[in-house]
Ligand binder design. Structure first.
Ligand code: GLC
Length: 804
């Protein structure tokens, strides 16, 4: 019997932990990249404004054990005859027993409800919509029969704004760290914190809604005894009051001691802290005043809930499968919102110290996952991505959002390898296409956007329309081909870790090129650009021919050719003989047809599928091989070396629906639903409310263990596979298409979808027990021909679809 850690509360759209002792650290996200970060389930917080590497506020050392203080906590203390008794509602860092523990992981907030020592503590942490303030709303209730004197001490530890410098320089950094206290006559205090060079431009502050008894700004003073006082028992909290320390250098903390006085049985008191960043403290005055008001805080939380209601309402499904419903209605679109904000930049695994930034390929894909829910924001983001595309059509691999400075990613570090990735620039074609299909805003194609240059000022850079950018993406791949006429790999393609010597060719890029061409062909046709239409069709046919001529090895599709023309991912290879993406992508591009399409997908099913998901490739490479690069740094079964790299699973689902196999597509969908691991957490270990990036594969002893939760392309693509390919509700340039491919046993399902200003209430019935094939569609009672619903732009419309 596996241990239970928590359960899904679908009513409140929360996952509820009933113990703090998760197998590994689990996270939730608050706010957005503009201001926000992650909070773990034991109260640790990473907050930053606009960039986790370049403007970080709290110091979170992710490698510390769960039991340690990490950036923030709350102490509750009661005076007893033996002195002060402490506990934390997060359990960490005091580790004092709690009678009840509930941690509710919600939509951009986490709420703890715990009981200990005759008190109930209810803490909710969130960032109000559009604000640069993190709120902690703490309610303390005396649930004992006696009157109790209770104090509350919220604490944050600050970091240098340059997160990496904090870790690598222990003289300059502390010499610059400054904390000042501003006490008001009312007894309220605002602690102001900055690294000296930010004094006049970006200051952090901590304040609270109640008068404080005292405070501490210096970690030495807070922990006490030359820091031999510990985070679990800070010595300053054994004194009646804190020492009101400021800090002119050193480790800055913000600790406030709030005395609630004697609480009668049943009495509740509320403490609301705010942690924010502003250019100067004056500019925080309005917010500080606002969030001292309890009603304003309630209102801010209601607005946040309203945002989520509106966001999720864009698409709500009701299928015969409850686990799919809960994923598609809440957790998956929520995770897409998270990946849209944080790309692969800040998580408990991607630590946000500046090695990554916003990934071009990653975010291009993430945007597809939020396109229905926030198309305008996605478009703005796509514009930023296009602005780091080079004039030759290739793209910079990543950029830092605060400075918009871009770089070539890992490819810049290997002098013998190409300094571009073969795939990056092609993904943005899919993103822009998805935007056009969602909104119909073809005008966007004309918008001028600059090309990236490392040396030229923004005003001196050349520019092209969005459409020209996309055509250049195609040109770059068309012009960079190898011996078989297939696209060059560059440093790597989607699989970052296969880094072959220069001259290697990538079948992934060939197929992504095919998919991008299909999108662009539709666009060229919609805007009646006949010249490009002909050219792009020609490229498509030619590449299809080359792929079919060279990449079929007799049993399945090859994944790469080395610079010496040797296949990788062929049945002729001893290791890495079959690659999942090698089989799914020729179907997505339309290059694979008939028997070859089916044989490739069957090979994946027979050789790479497991009960925890489909492995990326197999058998794993056994030992480091510099010719292969990164993939061989992992033992067999881990990550890209034959692990269940989840991002590639939805592509197989999509391919199976294209092949008409709804049962298999759904089986693949279902088997990776993280909620199913809720009863298997001692094996899976990772959060059951979001997709992880990787699960150890069958060749590994720890088969089934998930890692790298939250920030994975799995989120966007599984959402696309579930909504657009299995349920078949697919935006196109001319309207919303309905073309499901479902399990044969489903009698019906329904979907409510907001699309271009109108509400479509779609019911699909399946009287013949088929997977696919639309027999008839009625819209508002009238039969229509074809599968594309009319664009109404407003109103509510009833759509009845019959399969058969
Ligand atoms: C990571 C990277 C992503 C890459 C994938 C496969 O998730 O962020 O860009 O495609 O690994 O290597």
């Amino acid at each position: 019997m596996n241990k239970q850690y928590g359960y899904f509360d679908d009513q409140n759209k929360e996952y509820v932990l009933t113990t703090p002792k998760t197998p590994i650290k689990w996270a939730n996200y608050v706010g957005t990249l503009d201001f926000g970060g992650l909070i773990d389930t034991t109260g640790g917080t990473v907050v930053c404004k606009q960039d986790p590497a370049l403007n970080r506020i709290t110091k979170y050392i992710a490698q510390l054990p769960q039991s340690e203080f990490k950036g923030s906590t709350i102490y509750i203390r009661r005076k007893t005859e033996q002195g002060y008794q402490l506990f934390s509602p997060f359990y960490t860092p005091c580790l004092e027993a709690l009678d009840k523990f509930e941690c509710r992981v919600g939509l951009s907030y986490t709420r703890w409800v715990v009981e200990a020592q005759g008190l109930q503590i209810d803490v909710k942490i969130f960032v109000p919509q559009g604000s640069s303030t993190l709120l902690q709303d703490i309610k303390v209730t005396n649930i004992s029969q006696q009157t109790q004197a209770v104090d509350v001490a919220p604490v944050y530890e600050f970091t240098h704004f340059d997160a990496l410098k904090q870790l690598v320089n222990a003289d300059w950094v502390p010499q610059t760290m400054t904390l000042k206290a501003h006490a008001e006559d009312s007894g309220h205090v605002v602690l102001e914190q900055y690294a000296y060079m930010k004094r006049d431009s970006a200051v952090n502050y901590l304040s609270c809604n109640r008068p404080v008894d005292s405070w501490e700004g210096d970690r030495r003073a807070f922990l006490g005894d030359n820091e031999f006082g510990s985070w679990s028992k800070p010595l300053s909290l054994q004194e009646e009051s804190l020492s009101n320390s400021e800090c002119d250098r050193g480790d800055n903390v913000g600790a406030l001691l709030v005395k609630l006085g004697e609480l009668a049985p049943g009495q509740t008191e509320r403490v609301i802290t705010q942690l924010g960043q502003v250019p100067s403290l004056q500019e925080a005055e309005a917010d500080i005043a606002l969030y001292r008001d309890e009603q304003a805080v309630d209102q801010a939380f209601a607005e946040l809930s309203g945002f989520w209601e509106n966001y999720l309402d864009v698409m709500q499904v009701d299928t015969p499968d409850n686990a799919m419903n809960s994923m598609l209605n809440v957790h998956n679109p929520r995770q897409c919102h998270t990946t849209k904000n944080w790309s692969r930049y800040l998580s408990l695994y991607q630590l946000g110290y500046g090695a990554r930034g916003i990934g071009f390929r990653d975010s291009s894909q993430d945007l597809i996952g939020v396109m229905a829910h926030m198309p305008q924001e996605a478009r703005e983001f796509a514009e930023r991505l296009l602005s780091v595309q080079l004039e030759n059509g290739s793209a910079m691999h990543q950029y830092f959002p605060l400075t918009m400075e871009a770089n070539e990613g890992d490819s810049r570090e290997e002098p013998d390898c190409p300094d571009y990735y073969g795939d990056d620039h092609l993904w943005i074609v899919l993103t822009v296409a998805q935007y056009l299909k969602e909104t119909g805003d073809l005008e966007f194609l004309n918008k001028p956007i600059t090309y990236y240059s490392k040396t030229l000022e923004l005003s001196d850079r050349s520019q092209g329309s969005v459409y020209e950018h996309l055509l250049k993406s195609i040109d770059f791949t068309w012009n960079n081909i190898g011996e078989h006429g297939l696209p060059l790999l560059g440093f790597a393609d989607w699989n970052d870790t296969v880094n072959l010597p220069s001259g290697a060719e990538s079948l992934f890029v060939a197929n992504l090129f095919g998919k991008a061409l299909k999108e662009l062909i539709d666009i060229a046709s919609a805007i009646e650009d006949k010249a490009n239409l002909e050219l792009l069709n020609g490229y498509y046919q030619e590449m299809k021919q080359r792929v079919n001529q060279h990449a079929w090895d007799g049993e399945w599709w090859v994944r790469y050719f080395t610079n010496e023309g040797e296949p990788i991912g062929s049945h002729k290879n001893q290791h890495g003989s079959l690659y999942t993406n090698g089989q799914s992508w020729p179907v997505i591009s339309g290059f694979a047809e008939g028997d070859r399409m089916l044989a490739g997908l069957d090979a994946v099913n027979h050789k790479l599928n497991t009960k925890y998901g489909i492995m990326l490739s197999g058998p794993g490479y056994n030992g480091f091989d510099p010719q292969l690069g990164g993939v061989s740094t992992y033992p067999p079964g881990a990550k890209e070396n034959g692990g269940i790299f989840l991002h590639s699973n939805p592509w197989v689902m999509m391919a199976e629906t294209i092949a008409g196999n709804g049962d298999r597509a759904f089986e693949y969908y279902n088997q990776i639903n993280p909620a199913f691991h809720n009863d298997n957490l001692d094996v899976f270990q990772s959060e059951p409310y979001c997709y992880p990036q990787n699960i150890l594969g069958a060749e590994h002893k720890q088969f089934g263990m998930g890692r790298n939760a939250w920030l994975s392309g799995t989120s966007a693509w599984t959402y696309v596979a579930g909504t657009q390919y299995i349920l078949g509700i697919k935006p196109t340039l001319v309207g919303l298409e309905v073309d499901p491919c479902i399990p044969k046993t489903w009698p019906s399902f329904s979907v409510k979808r907001r699309y271009r200003g109108a509400q479509y209430n779609i019911t699909v019935s399946n009287p013949q027990g088929v997977s696919s094939g639309v027999a008839s569609i009625k819209v508002n009672g009238e039969a229509i021909s074809g599968k594309v619903l009319p664009v109404f732009n407003d109103g509510e419309h009833q759509v009845e679809v019959v399969l058969g």
